[in-house]
Design a protein around this ligand. Sequence first.
Ligand code: NAP
Length: 247
Amino acid sequence: MDFTGKTAIVTGGSRGIGRAVCLELAKGGANVVLCYAGNAAAAEETGSACTAAGGRALAVQCDITDSAQVKTLTDTAMGEFGRIDILVNNAGITRDGLLLMMKETDFDAVVDTNLRGAFLCMKAVARQMVKQRWGRIVNLSSVVGLRGNAGQANYAASKAGVIGMTKSLAKELAGRGITVNAVAPGFIDTDMTAAMPETARSAVLSAVPAGRLGAAEEVAKAVAFLASGDAAYITGQVLAVDGGMAM
Ligand code: NAP
């Protein structure tokens, strides 16, 4: 896929799926602005890998729950590259627990990062995309947002919310050459899933028709397609990349 001359902001680009998305876009020649929460070493490593893959890259520390920091992120992207064509809302967290044990702070933190953070980033790039009459927004949802999961009420609510927000923004922006889609990964091999206890891991795996975990690169290819010029007539959709889990 050709991303020559395009500038992409990828939140949570330092690790996991976000890192794979950065590399996929950089391979196509994109300028990649990747943001991270605190892991500067991982972000710098991803930035170097993007440059080696053929793109230009800039790593920016930005807490996406803070609108002032999100503004700095988009200002930095504009200052460095002069345009913003693609936003991939990938940064996300989990704070799992059954309802009766779940603290309000864990509910708030997950919704604040996964849903409100994505909202702030979309709000920050939309005006520029409208001016350009071209834009691609891809939001990371989850199979859990489609089907629910015991112990993840906060995460499921945030990821279902991302789908509702995606469809609403798709309707608002379709006439301006901007598409808004969601990708809903299943069980992907990243730090997020590595933190799960072995029993929970095997239980989830038994529910995957493909019988294996997905790779971050497999999600990244779907994201890159939706971010490309080839996906111009696709908007408001949720593409599951989950080995058949959500069927
Ligand atoms: P991950 O390996 O845990 O990486 C999370 C990324 O988000 C890191 O780059 C982290 O930055 C960043 N981040 C976290 N909070 C942030 C904040 N407040 N501001 C800015 N950046 C922040 O996650 P992943 O497994 O790749 O998941 C990526 C996305 O896919 C998430 O939205 C997740 O919910 C979704 N997803 C994942 C799976 C899966 O199986 N892995 C399945 C379905 C959906 P630092 O490196 O600085 O900490």
